[in-house]
Unconditional design. Structure first.
Length: 382
């Protein structure tokens, strides 16, 4: 993801902050002098109750102390993250590479990182002076190698507490999925980043009820497809073939899809197609399910390193099949050319066979592969 739009927005917010801070600093100094004068007069001539009430009124007019706006945080400790979030009204983003600071996250259920997703008030008792964070909103963006992420996220405690399930995985376009040819991701163009900034600003301007939460209702009868999706996700979460880190991710997929549906509803409201008070409709719910399925494909690759290695070998084997001058090749030819073990070549070819690209059969003690004609003519539907 290109961070330039975020950095530009951060700079604009900081420029505006310093411009306004000069005025507010002068205003605070004037009001503080008035308070000192009232205290001095009350101490000399009485009228303490009146002075207290006047001081209370002046303090209510005092411009609040604010921190310099920072949208991006790169390094932190768990306690420092909580303090910083409290200073910024609970709204912040964490950006990092190789999961550096995340290695310090304690696997405990009261940790801010594990709780901020819910938006509920958070109270920390780990720091010397306890802090309270109302309506937290923590976004995390990481760029890391798959092996590095799985090693950390493989922690059983972090899986059980739900941290792993909160990550939405995206893999680069050159990492494969079952279709082998089509990329999963592509770069976001400038028009889309400008649109995204516009949408985010509009969401912040959305009318909020007094309690601080915009509670969305689901239109009656709109959850039928979600129930099916939820059942399928639960089955995947119980599938022992998947590594534990992927099983943990599947446990929260259905809930994530509902959150996507809520976000799509907000987009419709911003575009004037629906009102904030209206329930989330069938179209938005189904859209959330499609987004959930999109990220599911990425998670299957990102959270399963062994399968990802096999996919890479399958792509290399696919290239050999395409370049083969015949419609049949032996398994031995493949693994000798690539210097693989027989088992590695067989695993890759089996994956191609499941996709219908080859058909394998035994010939004596050897395995031979019949190549789908479509691979030669580019008519095969990948």
């Amino acid at each position: 993801m290109d961070l330039i739009p975020l950095k530009k927005l951060e700079k604009r917010l900081q420029d505006s902050f310093f411009e306004e801070e000069d005025k507010q600093k002068t205003e605070r100094e004037i009001l503080e002098k008035r308070i000192k004068l009232l205290k001095k007069q009350a101490a000399k001539s009485g009228g303490v109750a009146e002075a207290v009430e006047e001081i209370k009124k002046i303090k209510s007019q005092m411009p609040p102390q604010k921190s310099v706006p920072r949208l991006l945080t790169f390094k932190f400790t768990p306690e420092g993250l909580e303090k910083e979030a409290a200073r910024r009204d609970g709204k912040m983003a964490v950006v990092g590479a190789e999961l550096g600071s995340f290695k310090n996250i304690p696997a405990s259920k009261d940790d801010f990182v594990l709780q901020a997703w819910a938006g509920e008030s958070f109270v920390s008792s780990k720091v010397k002076d306890p802090i309270r964070i109302d309506n937290p909103c923590l976004s995390i963006l990481l760029a890391t190698q798959g092996t590095t992420s799985v090693n950390l996220l493989g922690s059983e405690a972090l899986q059980e507490d739900g941290l792993v399930a909160r990550f939405i995985c995206l893999v680069p376009s050159d990492v494969l999925r079952m279709s082998f040819e089509n990329p999963l991701t592509k770069a976001m163009n400038v028009e889309n980043t400008e649109w995204l900034e516009h949408v985010v600003n509009k969401i912040y301007e959305a009318p909020m009820p007094p309690e601080g939460h915009l509670r969305l209702q689901i239109q009656e009868g709109s959850l039928q497809n979600w129930d099916i999706f939820s059942h399928q996700a639960f089955q995947q979460a119980e599938n022992g073939v998947h590594p534990s880190v992927l099983q943990s991710w599947y446990r929260k997929l259905a809930g994530t899809a509902l959150r996507f549906a809520g976000f799509l509803h907000l987009l419709k409201c911003i575009e004037g197609k629906r009102c904030f008070s209206e329930p989330v409709d069938q179209e938005s719910v189904d859209g959330g399910l499609r987004l959930g399925s999109f990220y599911e494909q990425h998670a299957q690759v990102a959270l399963d390193i062994n399968a990802n290695d096999n996919l890479k070998r399958a792509r290399e084997a696919l290239l050999i099949l395409k370049q083969c001058g015949d419609f049949e090749i032996s398994l031995r030819e493949i693994y000798r050319e690539k210097k693989w073990t027989k088992e590695q070549a067989l695993s890759a070819v089996n994956l191609l066979e499941v996709s219908g690209m080859v058909a394998c059969y035994k010939s004596g003690n050897s395995t031979r592969c019949l190549i789908h004609p479509g691979l030669k003519t580019s008519l095969f539907a990948y």
